[in-house]
Design a protein around this ligand. Structure first.
Ligand SMILES: Cc1cc2nc3c(=O)[nH]c(=O)nc-3n(C[C@H](O)[C@H](O)[C@H](O)COP(=O)(O)OP(=O)(O)OC[C@H]3O[C@@H](n4cnc5c(N)ncnc54)[C@H](O)[C@@H]3O)c2cc1C
Length: 454
């Protein structure tokens, strides 16, 4: 893995020991003699959900690009997942995708999919990071602030420098501090208190409500994965994915006021209302392995550190601390992994936040453009969005029949290609020549169920 060595740099401190922080520690372990990860929670020995990562009880998808980057950062990582019992399949052949309510034709592709739970993924990453000789992962260690050196009087440096962190137990000096404190990161407050001003924020409110429950896997009753994506007029989603330990995770979600119910009858009725019949058929005989767990995700939040007129040197932020995406698109871990690759190349030197913003631009615009298809979602719609949206609706209608268009759609949503891939001249032609028309609606219509908030 490439890494820039910076003269004099020896110790990096990472705030937060979840996936983003662990990947950052891996990235810095080559250029820094010591890397210390400070995690507020008590970390479990095995794969287990924990308080500081409430979403770890919810269904997580690992995008194909994410699994590839994990293999780059930790050679053999995906084989290790398989050894740990994670089922794998082909993203297009083994998963049934409903696009705008229509089932997509299946075909073999070169894109892998892994049915891994969030706690097992974090556990495997943590084991790899703990095995690195230069990295120490310390739990029950809460960071409460930054150590900051003011610019030397008359010196050339215009801004100060972060030179460590304050913890509940004392102070730790560092040449580089990485904030991987997640969505609830305190970095904006710390920077404001140090006189750097407010961090500009973009917010797109979708009011996602998640409900996740596990069932026993039975190949006679359900395939590898079924994905009913929401679309205007259908603010509900329902997904099943086969996971390790012979389980199937069911995730029901609602946006913009829709709430998946938790009681059995309500869950079945919600599943009945989805475009595809597979999940409601599965639920007729499925054996639950626990209770449903609910979580709210009010808004996607992007912190624009790159727009700050001043920032201290020696500071980097990664993962959800920079951008917390609508979880329905499953982008968070993959973006954190791509940031880790960039961190390995630069060791946090130079204009980190400018480069990090470029990495976030494409997934952020893909996710928010999809959210902005819903007229109820507030946000800036550019003049180009209307024709683009009309094209993409036609694209999806064509892609459910045309497996090449379907594969390109999955490549983009799995971050293996940029959104421009869907606008390549050959694809535009196929879309325009396709007899499929957008706006046919779902494969079947069911009456709405109770569960909508007033
Ligand atoms: C409901 C939901 C579903 C999601 N589904 C997906 C999905 O399908 N696919 C996907 O890729 N992503 C998904 N995500 C996003 C994904 O969970 C995150 O991107 C991923 O966990 C990486 O985040 P992170 O490490 O930056 O932050 P987090 O996972 O939030 O971790 C932050 C860590 O920092 C610690 N911490 C915070 N403050 C301090 C402090 N002051 N001192 C010490 N420690 C501190 C916390 O205890 C925690 O361990 C989902 C998110 C949600 C909310």
């Amino acid at each position: 893995m490439p890494a820039g060595i910076i003269r004099g740099v020896r110790h990096a401190v990472v705030i937060g020991g979840s996936v983003g922080g662990l990947l950052a520690a891996r990235a810095l372990s080559v250029a820094f003699e010591r890397v210390t990860v400070l995690e507020r929670d008590d970390l479990p020995e095995g794969p287990a959900a924990r308080r500081g990562v409430p979403q770890s009880r919810q269904a997580h998808a690992l995008l194909a690009r994410g699994s590839m980057v994990l293999d780059e950062l930790f050679p053999g990582f995906t084989s290790e997942m398989l050894t740990a019992g994670v089922p794998t399949g082909d993203l297009q052949a083994d998963c049934l995708w409903y696009l705008d309510g229509q089932p997509m034709r299946r075909a073999r592709s070169s894109m892998p999919v892994y049915g891994v739970t969030r706690p097992l993924l974090e556990h495997l990453v943590r084991q790899r990071v703990r095995a690195l000789p230069s990295v120490t992962v310390t739990d029950a260690a809460e960071v409460t602030g930054l150590l900051h050196e003011d610019p030397a009087r008359g010196g050339r440096a215009r801004d100060g420098r972060v030179c460590g962190v304050r913890t509940v137990g004392g102070t730790i000096e560092a040449d580089l501090v990485v904030d991987a404190g997640g969505r609830a990161s305190r970095l904006p407050v710390w920077l404001r208190d140090l006189g750097y001003g407010e961090v500009p924020v973009s917010t797109v409110r979708t009011d996602v409500v998640y409900s996740t429950r596990h069932y026993r896997y039975d190949p006679e009753r359900i395939g590898f994965a079924v994905i009913n994506a929401p679309y205007p007029g259908m603010p509900r989603t329902g997904v099943t994915v086969r996971q390790e330990n012979d389980r199937v995770v069911l995730f029901l979600g609602g946006i913009l006021g829709e709430e998946p119910p938790d009681d059995d009858a309500g869950v079945r009725a919600f599943a009945e209302s989805l475009p595809g019949p597979e999940i409601s058929d599965f639920l007729r005989t499925a054996e639950p392995l626990g209770d449903p767990v609910r979580m709210r995700f009010p808004a996607s939040v992007r912190r624009h550190y790159e727009r700050m007129p001043r920032l201290p040197r020696g500071l980097v932020a990664v993962g959800d601390a920079v951008c917390s995406f609508n979880p329905i698109y499953g982008q968070g871990i993959t973006v954190a992994a791509l940031q880790a690759l960039a961190l390995a190349r630069t060791a946090g030197a130079g204009r980190w936040f400018t480069g990090a913003a470029r990495l976030v631009d494409s997934p952020w615009s893909m996710a928010t453009a999809t959210d902005l298809r819903f007229p109820e979602v507030e946000g800036r719609r550019r003049a180009v969005d209307r024709p683009l949206d009309a094209y993409l609706r036609r694209y999806r209608a064509a892609a459910v029949h045309d497996t090449d268009l379907g594969a390109a759609f999955l490549r983009v949503s799995n971050m293996l290609a940029g959104p421009g891939h869907l606008l390549a001249p050959g694809r535009v032609l196929r879309v325009l020549l396709s007899p499929a028309r957008a706006g046919r609606g779902p494969a079947r219509r069911r009456p709405p169920v109770a569960g909508r908030r007033a």
